[in-house]
Design a binder for this molecule. Structure first.
Ligand SMILES: *Cc1c(COP(=O)(O)O)cnc(C)c1O
Length: 354
């Protein structure tokens, strides 16, 4: 099956906006984009900021391709993984007609993007062990254009096994896109589906610099997929999606030296996470701490509302997950600095003794 046939007719027919940035800079004198000819005087160091950024920065595509092990033609650079979710919805799903599938409890933006686009979000809850319900999923694929999986999953912190991923690829083959959100992929590189891209034209993988790379503020993420999907997404993304300073910082983050540094940080984070998990398990306010391969922990408290409020009153903010599917009394805590984690445990101890 030609995977493009899953896309919306309007997007398949679309001739993308021919922005000045899509044309290669040919002349030395660029008078084609209504830019100001010089940068503001307070920005003497950032010489090119009077110019629009490239549509897709070729050096970043090359560097990220080397890091991820894919070709430049398999990459879309966008404003975070969140933008990729929205672009996929708008490229493949017809409002009032098509549907997506999500497997709660999971990341909330898949459903919100679907709601914004007027697309049905069909929920196939995970089993009590937080495995994918493959049978239910397969039976509910009518009208479905995209299945979103998050691996490792936010907010549960666990990773799907490779047999499940293999089955998911089989079930969705020739029927729908399988989008695997690997925003936490750096914390668990062994489970990445990037090696499966070549054999699966319907597979899309989302990555970001917002989590392990510590660059949430620059808004830089990537969709990895076969070139015909990337071509469709490039048709509808904004003409100048990622700002020049973000592109420059992204390129620096991906030098071999800085990748090695990121990997050291990930190892430290895993040690902190395990220490924090041990500490949380000893807290009388907490029933269960779920295993995690990420930079956060999900735990079930005896009374999450009381605990969340008591922590806020002590200046510590956790994420309330208690309204999520089967997440009654659950809170999510991001792994902080060793000092921040120690402070959290100390405050929990004080509260327990109060
Ligand atoms: C944080 C997060 C994102 C958003 O990442 P950005 O690249 O910052 O947009 C996407 N998916 C999941 C699962 C996340 O946790």
């Amino acid at each position: 099956m030609n995977i493009e046939n899953l896309a919306r007719q309007a997007v398949r027919d679309l001739a993308p906006y021919a922005s000045a940035g899509r044309l290669k800079a040919i002349g030395e004198i660029s008078l084609n984009a209504n830019e100001w000819p010089t940068p503001p005087s307070f920005l003497k160091d950032a010489a090119s900021l009077n110019r629009y950024p490239p549509f897709q920065d070729s050096s970043l595509l090359t560097i990220y391709g080397t890091y991820a092990g894919v070709e430049s033609t398999q990459i879309l650079t966008c404003r975070g993984a969140d933008e990729a979710i929205d672009l996929l919805l708008r490229s493949f799903c017809e409002a009032g007609q098509d549907a997506i599938i999500t497997c709660p409890p999971t990341y909330g933006m898949y459903e919100i993007s679907a709601q914004i686009s007027g697309v049905e979000c069909r929920k196939i809850p995970m089993t009590p062990n937080w495995d994918i319900d493959l049978n239910a999923l397969e039976k509910n694929l009518a009208n479905v254009k995209i299945v979103f999986l998050c691996n490792p999953n936010n907010p549960t912190g666990q990773a799907l096994d490779s047999k499940t991923l293999e089955s998911m690829l089989e079930i969705t083959k020739d029927r729908a896109l399988l989008v695997i959100d690997e925003s936490y992929g750096e914390f668990c590189p062994a489970i990445s589906c990037i090696p499966r891209l070549q054999a699966n034209p319907h597979l899309v993988i989302l990555r970001t610099l917002s989590k392990a790379f510590g660059l949430a503020g620059i808004r830089c993420g990537f969709a990895l997929a076969n070139p015909s999907i990337i071509t469709l997404l490039r048709k509808i993304i904004a003409p100048y999606p990622v700002p020049t300073p973000s592109l420059a910082i992204a390129c620096r983050a991906l030098t071999p030296e800085n990748i090695a540094h990121m990997q050291e940080n990930v190892a430290l984070c895993a040690r902190e996470r395990n220490r924090l998990a041990d500490g949380l398990m000893k807290c009388p306010q907490i029933d269960t701490v779920y295993p995690s391969v990420t930079n956060f922990l999900l735990f079930r408290a005896k009374d999450s509302h009381t605990l969340w409020n008591a922590l806020v009153n002590r200046g510590i903010l956790l994420r309330d997950q208690s309204t999520g599917y089967r997440l009654e009394n659950c809170l999510r805590v991001s792994i902080g600095t060793p000092d921040e984690n120690a402070r959290l445990l100390a405050v929990l101890k004080e509260l327990a003794n109060a």
